[in-house]
Design a protein around this ligand. Structure first.
Ligand SMILES: [Zn+2]
Length: 399
């Protein structure tokens, strides 16, 4: 164990510091706009493209961190908004930080809480250049989030990658308000980048601008000009037309600095993952695999499988013939369907385990394909298989 501990310690001191000879991100292969790379964090390296399972409240719902490790999850998400209110960043810091608190030794990225504040528009009381005042979804009490507080919460949590507080506009926002959101996001980002961080903690800026080419370009230019360790495209996947969203990623992602990681906030369906990887995105997250797991829907290489469907009652096959997860190695669709229809916790956990593993393997497959410069073939073959079952192809379009 000692050499491993030394290595982790060595990694810890080698990233993030000023004059650091090792950049926190390297691109190791490209295929068109798509990239394979490595993100270096205080808690280890993350091969990219990377799918990040979401552990909003310091848990990926239903899954033990040991299980996530065995599924080859390399980085998890936590959420500053939720952890700030429950149980509080001070309490987590007192107990050794988020990694120790949740029993996960690998990298963690924390979202700033901007998305949570702005996706609950009815709770916003005031928005200005210093921050945003809103009602907490926990107790309805008045609360305020500023760039300084977003930095402080994430510093106390001790995440490996912190995100800037941003104004995340919904899809139906007027251009005037979108422009104002872009402006405020830059003001906040320029303040947050000066704030103290946890040792080695990376900080990513977020570009806004919706689908508006001029505003998105402006935001990218302003945010990238501030010198962050990585950049995110925010304000997408918020209810806009899917084709228009992908088109935006297509022209926006290549404008983000090529030597820094590019993070698409909030995509996790198999088709969407392939589409954004092809357009040059390195990291992405979504609650989809565990949310679908809890409703009894499995993501498989031949499309979605709704285990509540009676046709699986006597099906002795695994969820996915191609999968090596504990659910597929040990159990039949018939058994998991029985568990799901009876609301047994094990059933929902098994489908969640499988779904996370499926997306991690899909992403790893895309990474290999980029290294072999055959991403287009990999994508075409994967999509063909996903659409091979007409019934499940229909299911696929359901949220
Ligand atoms: Zn599986």
């Amino acid at each position: 164990m000692a050499p491993e501990a030394d290595r982790v310690e060595a990694d810890r001191v080698s990233v993030g510091g000023r004059g650091d000879p090792q950049p926190p991100f390297v691109v190791t292969a490209t295929d068109g706009e798509a990239r394979a790379g490595v993100l270096r964090t205080p808690h280890g390296d993350v091969p990219t493209p990377a799918f990040m399972p979401v552990g909003t409240k310091a848990t990926v719902k239903g899954l033990d961190p040991g299980e996530l490790h065995s599924l080859d999850a390399r980085i998890l998400l936590g959420n500053a908004y939720h952890l700030h209110f429950r149980p509080g960043a001070d309490l987590i810091a007192e107990l050794g930080g988020l990694h120790a608190f949740m029993g996960w030794a690998g990298p963690i990225l924390t979202d700033s809480g901007g998305f949570q504040v702005f996706s609950l528009r009815d709770t916003i009381l005031a928005l200005d250049d210093a921050g945003v005042t809103f009602r907490s979804i926990y107790d309805g009490g008045e609360a305020r989030l500023t760039p300084e507080l977003a930095a402080s919460i994430q510093a106390r949590l001790g995440s490996d990658v912190a995100m800037c507080l941003d104004v995340c506009s919904p899809a139906d926002t007027s251009r005037a308000r979108l422009e104002e959101a872009v402006r405020t996001t830059t003001v906040w980002a320029s303040r947050q980048i000066t704030c103290p961080r946890a040792p080695g903690q990376l900080l990513f800026g977020i570009a806004q601008g919706g689908l508006d080419r001029e505003l998105r370009h402006r935001s990218i230019e302003e945010i990238a000009g501030l010198g962050f360790d990585g950049h995110a495209l925010g304000g997408l996947s918020v209810g806009e037309d899917r084709e228009a969203m992908l088109e935006t990623v297509g022209w926006a992602a290549p404008r983000l600095p090529a030597d820094r990681p590019r993070y698409f906030m909030g995509i996790g369906d198999p088709e969407g993952i392939l589409e954004v990887i092809e357009r040059g995105i390195d990291m992405f997250d979504c609650v989809l695999p565990t949310r679908m797991g809890r409703t009894g829907t499995a993501l498989t290489s031949t499309g979605r499988v709704n285990l509540r469907n009676a046709r699986h009652a006597r099906d002795e096959r695994p969820l996915d013939d191609d999968c090596d997860c504990p659910a597929c190695v040990r159990f039949t669709r018939a058994y998991i369907r029985h568990l799901v229809t009876q609301e047994e916790l094990l059933g929902l956990r098994l489908v969640s385990l499988h779904n996370v593993r499926y997306l991690i393997r899909l992403t790893a497959g895309a990474r290999s394909a980029i290294e072999g410069r055959r991403l287009a073939d990999f994508k075409r073959e994967t999509l063909e298989r996903l659409g091979s079952d007409p019934e499940e192809a229909r299911c696929r379009r359901q949220p």
